[in-house]
Design a protein around this ligand. Structure first.
Ligand code: FES
Length: 575
């Protein structure tokens, strides 16, 4: 059946349509802003939710893009309204944007619900903006399409290609080892951020952009278009046009998002060698749909999904190369036997129809199925007595020799303690040691920061060591790398066993077997538990208190416990 074009069926009609005193007020105040009846009457109201901010370094092009989205909305007969929402800029926001992901999600849900909005274009990109926008839109269940910021252009310094984040850590290690002078370090600082846009490695931003497209939430090809090329402007216009159609067709998240689309997101994150952060976000996104995504499902799909995209930090190339090689659609076209091609998308077609005919242009960047970057298991779930509710490791970005390892622990109680001791020449550390950071999880830090790639001690860097086993209840940036076991749950601040580990305890990881083991007897663990310090008190005010009372652990997605599950979608009363 063709979509209804009856304006009285639009959600916004409840605000503007009736002949009553309230609607009179709504209409008269639009007129006070310079709009006439012809601007909005019988047209879908399409919100442009813009996460622009002068302190969000990755969204600096969003003012222009919002105008381009507006052009598309007007072209299709909609009434565009731009609404600024909280901007989570990864670089400058402390202690971590993850502390605020749920706050933005709540804001998005309520902004969509309380206004006369028929559809929305969600503008995000920098890491946590993506899951937050999706979580809010899913809970509000209003037709929404995601417009990713796009990655920045490839950076070059001298004759070297630089990748966001990854090369910062790499060259910082060289500087600490005494191999890089101040001038060169400054040169890298000047070059590594070449344009507007998100990190151009396969960090969390690009991972989530790919996952979002694979789940059907954005136009085909959207995930990889570099932020500053003309095609990105055209993508913005097209997204605006499509949002108007979605309002008429009532393409709500509940009509195309389900357990199979979440599976598609997970498989995509594995095939692109994506960020470990995607796991936490996907659990939270699934939770908003009322789907309990267990770590076992994650493990199952991780074991069967090959890594096809050869992108840093797990591979060799950058996002612009991925785009030029055919991008996400071309990669998914090589996985049609694995993904659910019958899932619906915002585009009004199935994912299978959307990727039909997409071809890979460069087999080095997007590998053939018989020549993958890794057969499977680019990211692995580990379980054991140190992580009863699981933990993860991006094995693709680790030294293969360290994937089975046993060594003595060196424990840092929190991040300041780690910073103070890590480069102490008297630290009793060797390349075989296992560095452990605790108080770095959702409650402990708080906010679950990206501290999981603990620095290699300077004295080991000077000996040529570039990787060692590191464990924490923290996350790690998607641009980071190394043998880092992350998201240990329950975290130390929630009474997890990590709180009880001491210097010298033997820790063993066996990634092929998917295990982590702390070689301490159960009796000794109980003895230590009896004398363990009390957890930190809950903050006494504001958002910090709300967060501490309600955030869930990593294996549950770190959403607030009162936000998971399908929203009843209650419409506000208009009086
Ligand atoms: Fe914004 Fe990496 S800092 S995407």
């Amino acid at each position: 059946m063709p979509p209804s074009r009856d304006p009285s069926e639009l959600r916004s009609h409840r605000w503007f349509g009736p002949d009553d005193v309230r609607s009179f007020g709504h209409r008269s105040r639009l007129k006070a802003m310079g709009f006439d009846d012809v601007d909005y009457k019988d047209r879908p109201v399409v919100a442009i939710l813009n996460t622009w901010s002068e302190l969000n370094t990755c969204h600096s092009h969003f003012r222009n893009r919002a105008e381009e989205v507006r052009r598309g909305i007007l072209q299709s007969g909609g009434f565009p309204v731009e609404i600024p929402v909280m901007s989570l800029g990864e670089m400058l926001m402390k202690p971590t944007t993850m502390l605020y992901r749920n706050l933005l999600a709540m804001e998005v849900e309520e902004v969509l619900r309380c206004h006369p909005i028929d559809a929305a274009v969600l503008m995000g990109g920098c890491d946590k903006t993506v899951p937050a926008l999706l979580m809010g839109a899913i809970s509000a269940d209003i037709p929404s399409i995601f417009l990713p910021a796009g990655p920045m252009l490839i950076a070059r310094w001298k004759d070297v290609t630089l990748g966001s984040g990854s090369d910062v850590w790499k060259y910082w290690d060289e500087r600490m080892a005494g191999n890089l002078c101040d001038l060169d370090w400054k040169g890298i600082e000047n070059c590594i951020g070449r344009s507007a846009g998100t990190c151009m490695t396969m960090g969390t931003a690009s991972t989530m952009a790919c996952v979002t497209e694979a789940m059907g939430f954005s136009l085909p090809g959207a995930a990889n278009v570099p932020a500053v090329v003309a095609e990105h402007s055209r993508l913005a216009v097209r997204s605006g046009r499509r949002a108007v159609e979605m309002a008429w067709e009532q393409v709500k998240p509940s009509t195309f998002m389900n357990a199979k689309s979440i599976d598609n997101g997970l498989m995509t994150s594995f095939a692109i060698g994506g960020s470990t952060n995607a796991i936490v976000h996907l659990i939270a996104i699934a939770g908003r749909l009322g789907i309990e995504l267990s770590l076992d499902r994650f493990d199952e799909l991780s074991r069967t999904t090959p890594v096809l995209a050869d992108i840093r930090p797990g591979g060799r190339f950058l996002m612009e190369d991925f785009y030029n090689a055919g991008g996400l659609s071309a990669m998914l076209a090589r996985m049609t036997d694995l993904i659910h091609t019958d899932c619906k998308t915002v585009n009004g077609v199935t994912l299978g129809e959307q990727i039909e005919g997409a071809v890979v242009i460069d087999d080095e960047v997007i590998r053939q199925r018989d020549n993958p970057v890794a057969e499977a298991g680019g990211t692995c779930l580990l379980r054991g007595n140190l992580a009863p509710s699981g933990c993860v490791i991006k094995s693709l970005a680790a030294d293969p020799k360290l994937l089975t390892h046993r060594g003595p622990a060196i424990v840092f109680d929190d991040y300041p303690a780690m910073k103070e001791r890590i480069n102490d020449p008297d630290l009793d550390v060797t390349a075989d040691s296992v560095l452990i950071l605790r108080s770095a999880g959702p409650l402990g830090a708080p906010g679950f920061p990206e501290w999981g790639m603990l620095p290699i001690p300077k004295k080991l860097l000077q000996q040529g060591v570039r990787d060692m086993v590191r464990l924490s209840d923290a996350r790690m940036s998607g641009t980071s790398y190394g043998t880092c076991v992350l998201h240990i749950a329950p975290e130390s601040a929630a009474g997890g066993p990590l709180a009880l580990v001491r210097d010298g305890d033997e820790i063993e990881i066996n990634v092929p077997e998917r295990t982590i083991h702390w070689h301490v007897s159960d009796e000794e663990i109980e003895r230590r538990r009896a004398v363990a310090p009390q957890p930190k008190p809950i903050p006494d005010r504001g958002y910090a208190q709300l967060y501490a009372r309600h955030v869930t652990q990593a294996d549950k997605g770190c959403d607030f416990d009162f936000l998971s599950g399908r929203s009843p979608g209650a419409e506000p009363s208009i009086h």
